[in-house]
Write a protein that binds this ligand. Structure first.
Ligand code: AMP
Length: 273
């Protein structure tokens, strides 16, 4: 008989189901996660749900692109085993009550202008984990703060799931792929590449020896022609905001607005040190 005292020893025997949670309007970024899940897992489940809990009333829940037919065709072509695409009402029935509440970090960076966003994300991800019971779940570094918070939730709650983070997929221009890019005109897409240019500029400055955080942020700002929501250099290990001198490993995180009607919020990030 085994006597187990430590929670970590109860975690043996991860299943081989890989889950890729999405909000649909699939693009190459999503497909890269699905391909990796296909490589690593026997069964691949893709969930598609525009999660009402993570949108504030003034945000684009209704306008968010919904392209289920083409999403299903793309999943089929990649050999996905199951697409889980419930109605929001099946996930949040009338008697639904429980919420996941993340820590302080949910209020920083993207959380400043979207204070309820991350708790909405953590809640739906926890629900999806409960329904699908995957051994592994795949998320993009495109949403770097989200990935960090999900890893933290899994650790804090001893969820028996391995979280796999995957690199950002970009257009040739450098623009990070996003379902929200469908809101942009050709000219706006071009202008939005300045976010990637900012990452490159900081990487370059670091290479030539610059370590002063304020100088590096000024470099980044000088590249960005959009209205910034936030722009920060953070510790990759803790996601703490760096204010003085750069320490390794560090990442540049940012969000910015483009256009008027609709006013589209774009995020991007990249390792710089
Ligand atoms: P979403 O449908 O926007 O909620 O995204 C679903 C998953 O795809 C999240 O884990 C995202 O981080 C990931 N993702 C979105 N865009 C990209 C991208 N350009 N490269 C890599 N992963 C991405």
């Amino acid at each position: 008989m085994k006597v187990i005292k430590l929670p970590c020893d109860m975690q043996a025997g991860l299943g081989s189901v890989g889950l890729v949670p999405t909000m649909g309007a699939l693009h190459e970024g999503h497909l890269s996660l699905i391909r990796e899940a296909r490589k690593q897992c026997d069964q691949v489940v893709v969930s598609i749900l525009v999660n009402p809990l993570q949108f504030a009333p003034h945000e684009d829940y209704n306008a968010y692109p919904r392209t289920l037919d083409s999403d299903l065709a793309q999943c089929e072509a990649l050999g996905v085993d199951v697409v889980f695409c419930p109605d929001a009402s099946a996930i949040y029935p009338e008697n639904f009550q429980t919420r996941v509440m993340g820590g302080e970090l949910t209020k920083q960076y993207c959380g400043i202008t979207r204070p309820t966003f991350f708790n909405g994300v953590l809640t739906v991800v926890a629900i999806l984990f409960g329904i699908v019971r995957p051994g592994k779940a795949f998320f993009g570094e495109k949403d770097f703060q989200q990935l960090f918070l999900i890893k933290q939730m899994v650790k804090d709650f001893w969820m028996p799931i391995e979280i796999i983070g995957m690199p950002i997929i970009r257009e040739e221009s450098g623009l990070a792929l996003s379902s929200r890019n469908t809101y942009l005109t050709g000219g706006q897409k071009e202008e939005a590449t300045c976010l990637f240019q900012a990452i490159l500029a900081v990487q370059e400055a670091v290479k030539t020896g610059e370590r002063d955080v304020q100088a590096l942020l000024a470099q980044a700002r000088s590249k960005i022609s959009l209205e910034l929501d936030y722009l920060d250099l953070v510790s990759v290990k803790t996601l703490e905001c760096l204010t003085d001198s750069l320490e390794e490993p560090a990442r540049l995180l940012m969000a910015a607005y483009i256009g008027e009607n609709p006013k589209v919020r774009l995020i991007d990030n990249g390792n710089v040190f």
